[in-house]
Design a protein around this ligand. Structure first.
Ligand code: KG4
Length: 339
């Protein structure tokens, strides 16, 4: 009998469901929430309400697109954390209820582990490009910036991480002070393509080891703009492409510097990129340059698997199912964790 798993992800503001059969992804459906745009950030209470509205149609669509009925499912995988508690509870309660009603096991997935295992998502007819163990993964999203050493699907060690803001959070906040929309990442990326990355210089952190810090950059960006606007109220409008390009270049530099240290210290040259910020053109280019130089072999997931999605929870669930690693129904969702 084939192993067919339904996966559910609802940790932040995307409601997503996916179906995987014998390690091959059959469907991946995501409903993004537009309601947060006018607030310039995710409003947790609104996110949970939108998840409640989306969860049934999203799961239905995932099963339908996969051509799978509920009765064919072997297990339900769900993101148990970390994330927004109200958002997580919608997916977790739904998954638990469905598992009980179908009499099948529940499998828990860690959201960050899922982002890293997104590199192992396979679809029919698509050539596999799995990173070999051990590999390093730069996990950069709205909530995390970490360098992780991955020795097995369930063995991950954080070598360094942000001590304050995440890279995506810094980009989003700088975009907000420039009066651009939310989320700032894709907007800054688009503007940066038209700008000069060397036009402006912003403070870079000087913290030990492989850790990151982005809050100083955010503050220096804010003060820089404040001073410039005093001289010329049109400064942002007239320089937004150069500002975006210089900001992006600074963040990419900060990320790559520590990653290069990690490669040097571990001797591991297979390097993967994960999380929402991995969609960034400048960061992808910096990775490609390292590969071109012959020093690294790089792994960048498909765009649709970089932001929050249930496909990455499906592959995590599949590996755990093969190991018989089920989750007791009594285990609660959690908002914070390390890998
Ligand atoms: O992984 P993700 O979807 O959500 C979290 O789990 O945090 O990442 C979202 C983050 C946001 O900060 C967003 O601005 C950023 O990824 N992002 C980008 C780009 N696309 C999304 N940052 C830079 N360039 C992009 N093209």
């Amino acid at each position: 009998m084939p192993t067919t798993i339904l996966a559910i992800e609802s940790s932040c503001d995307d409601t997503s469901a996916a179906v995987i059969r014998d390690g091959i992804l059959l469907s991946n459906v995501t409903a993004s929430q537009k309601v947060h745009e006018m607030y310039g950030g995710v409003v947790p209470e609104l996110a949970s309400r939108a998840h409640q509205q989306n969860i049934v149609p999203v799961v239905d669509a995932a099963l339908k697109n996969a051509g799978v009925t509920k009765e064919e499912l072997s297990a339900i995988a769900v993101t148990l954390g970390p994330g927004l508690m109200g958002s997580l509870l919608v997916g977790v309660s739904f998954a638990k209820g469905l598992a009980v009603s179908l009499g099948i096991p529940l499998i828990e997935a860690n959201h960050l582990q899922g982002h890293i295992l997104a590199h192992f998502i396979h679809t029919e007819g698509e050539p596999a490009n799995d990173p070999p163990y051990p590999f390093l993964c730069l996990l950069v999203s709205g909530g995390n910036s970490q360098i992780v050493k991955v020795t097995a699907y369930n063995r991950m060690e954080i070598l360094g991480q942000t001590i304050d803001d995440a890279a995506g959070e810094a980009i989003d906040k700088c975009s907000k002070v420039m009066g651009l929309g939310y989320p700032g990442g894709p907007i800054i990326d688009r503007l940066a393509r038209e700008g000069n990355p060397k036009a402006f210089h912003f403070a870079k952190p000087n913290i030990p080891e492989m850790n990151y810090s982005f809050s100083g950059l955010k503050t220096s960006f804010l003060y820089f703009l404040r001073d410039k606007i005093k001289e010329n109220p049109q400064f942002i409008e007239e320089n937004k492409c150069d500002l975006a390009a210089s900001l992006e270049a600074t963040i990419v530099d900060i990320l790559m510097k520590k990653l290069k240290i990690a490669v040097k210290e571990t001797g591991i040259t297979h390097v993967a990129l994960s999380g929402g910020v991995s969609a960034n053109t400048g960061l992808r280019q910096a990775f490609k340059n390292m590969e071109k130089s012959g020093r690294w072999k790089i792994y960048i997931p498909k765009f649709s698997y970089t932001t929050d999605n249930a496909a990455m929870i499906a592959i995590t669930g599949y590996y755990k199912f093969l190991d018989g690693e089920y989750c007791p129904l009594s285990k609660p969702a959690y908002s914070r964790t390390i890998l």
